[in-house]
Each structure stands twice: as structure tokens, then as C-alpha cells.
Design a protein around this ligand. Structure first.
Ligand code: SAH
Length: 241
């Protein structure tokens, strides 16, 4: 069914998450990480967010813009089910969906206006850096929070794994500390989610993985004792901010 609609970005989200792999799979899983929602013209006006400061949390509606080209499938294999079972796309929070629209509740800390830019400082987001935001709405607890709702296969937050650091990785973190406050805490929180695809988790996995945080690449292995961070390096220049 066709309807007339013109959807465009009202804002762009800036986050430390520079690649899809490793981003928390839902908002709030890594709750302390800050990001910024920058309103874009013609919406970059304080008037457009007047009154929003009364709310502690926001709904962000956004485009899974990096997945749009791949389209969507009727069924998907959610990581929660070990990748073994297929569910309908509308029964999951798959990022490959008709219209490619995502939604996340995030915490609102401040509204800033600086040099003609209006930005919302947020935390807890599960969004890639550069994600187009298509709408912003206040979170209204009396209606949006349903404490005894059934969460299906995702009733509880996923189990976290232990994260360890090699001496070499630790030395890098110490050196980079002043430039990247909270870096170690961020790496631990992101990797404790074990971002590997579900089918990798069942057996021994010798692969060296990489996640991109800020302009750094973090290298790690999955071991029986948890995740071992082995090295940190500046990201290749094309990914630098
Ligand atoms: N809370 C949202 C998103 C859940 S999926 C919802 O339920 O609609 C979260 C995952 O989306 C992240 O782990 C990341 O891999 C992916 N993601 C985030 N921003 C994206 C973007 N701009 N394009 C494609 N995938 C994105």
C-alpha cells in the first residue's frame, strides 16, 4: 500500500561506535557511554526542543542506514537463540527490516547550544556514529514503561563475560588514558557483551577480532576464561575523525 510520506533526517547521532560490530545490541546495555544528537537544518533550533529538558529519557527513531542496501528477509536468526532458530522479522529487533527503522530509548543529560548548533547529550545508545535520526520524542514512563510485560526470548539482559587485558594492552591504555578518559571501562563494557556471532560461541574460536571505538582499533580473542584484549592501535586514517 502506498502512502505519501517524506522522511528525512532531523539530526545525526555522534557516538564512539565507529563500526557496527561490537555496538551493544540494545540501548542501556552500556549505559554510561555518552553520545550527541546534533539537530540538522531546518530543525537545528532550540525552539524545536523547547520543553524536552523536563524529560530524563528520549525515544530516538533512526535509520539503520548502513544496512539499507542489503534489504530485508521475512525471517531472521536472532543471536539470542544461538543463531539456530528462525523468527519472523516483525518478531525480532533485526536491523534488516522493511523501511530500516530503529528505535532506542536513551538518557538525556543536557541540551547544548553552541555556535549555531543544537545538540542533545545522551547516554546508553546502541547507535553507530553518523546514524541519521528521523524523529525524537520524550519517553513517557506512565505509558511507555510496562513493568510486567512478557519479553519473549529477550526477557532478561544477556549474560556478560569476563574481560581481561594483556600487559601490552594495559600499557597502551595507561599511555592513552589522558586522551581517552574511561577507555578501559568502555572496552570492558563493550566486550563483556561478547559481540561475536552466535555460531562462533559454541566451539573453540582462534580468530583475532577487532572493534572500533573512537579512533582506536581494539584487538581481542575469545578464550575459555572470557575475552582477552591483546592490543590497541590507532584506526586506519580513512576512519579517523
Ligand atoms: N534499539 C534498536 C536497535 C537494536 S539493534 C531497535 O530495537 O530498533 C542494535 C544494533 O544495530 C547495533 O548493535 C548495531 O550493530 C546496529 N546499528 C546501529 N546503528 C546502525 C546503523 N546506523 N546502521 C546499521 N546498523 C546499525
Amino acid at each position: 500500500m502506498q502512502f505519501h510520506s517524506r522522511i528525512e533526517a532531523v539530526a545525526v547521532c555522534h557516538t564512539p561506535y565507529k563500526q557496527k560490530f561490537g555496538i551493544p545490541r540494545q540501548p542501556g546495555l552500556v549505559d554510561f557511554v555518552r553520545g550527541h544528537v546534533e539537530l540538522v537544518p531546518p530543525y537545528n533550533h532550540l525552539d524545536a526542543v523547547r520543553g524536552l529538558e523536563q524529560y530524563s529519557h528520549l525515544w530516538l527513531l533512526f535509520s539503520f542506514h548502513q544496512n539499507l542496501a542489503q534489504g530485508w528477509k521475512t525471517t531472521v536468526r536472532p543471536p539470542r537463540l544461538g543463531g539456530n532458530e528462525k523468527l519472523g522479522v516483525f518478531a525480532t529487533r533485526s536491523t534488516f527490516r522493511p523501511n530500516g527503522i530503529g528505535q532506542s530509548v536513551v538518557k538525556l543529560h543536557h541540551i547544548h547550544q553552541h555556535k549555531g548548533k543544537v545538540t542533545l547529550e545522551i547516554s546508553g545508545m546502541d547507535l553507530l556514529d553518523g546514524t541519521p535520526i528521523i524523529d525524537i520524542k520524550p519517553y513517557i514512563p506512565f505509558s511507555d514503561a510496562i513493568p510486567h510485560a512478557c519479553g519473549g526470548m529477550a526477557q532478561d539482559a544477556p549474560v556478560q563475560v569476563d574481560v581481561h587485558f594483556s600487559d601490552k594492552a594495559m600499557a597502551h591504555i595507561m599511555r592513552l588514558g589522558p586522551q581517552y578518559p574511561g577507555l578501559q571501562q568502555l572496552i570492558v563494557a563493550v566486550l563483556a557483551q561478547d559481540p561475536r556471532p552466535a555460531y562462533k560461541k559454541a566451539k573453540e574460536d582462534p580468530k583475532r577480532y577487532q572493534v572500533a571505538l573512537y579512533d582506536l582499533d581494539i584487538f581481542w580473542y575469545a578464550t575459555p576464561a572470557g575475552i582477552e584484549v591483546v592490543d590497541l592501535a590507532p584506526a586506519p586514517s580513512q576512519r579517523r575523525e
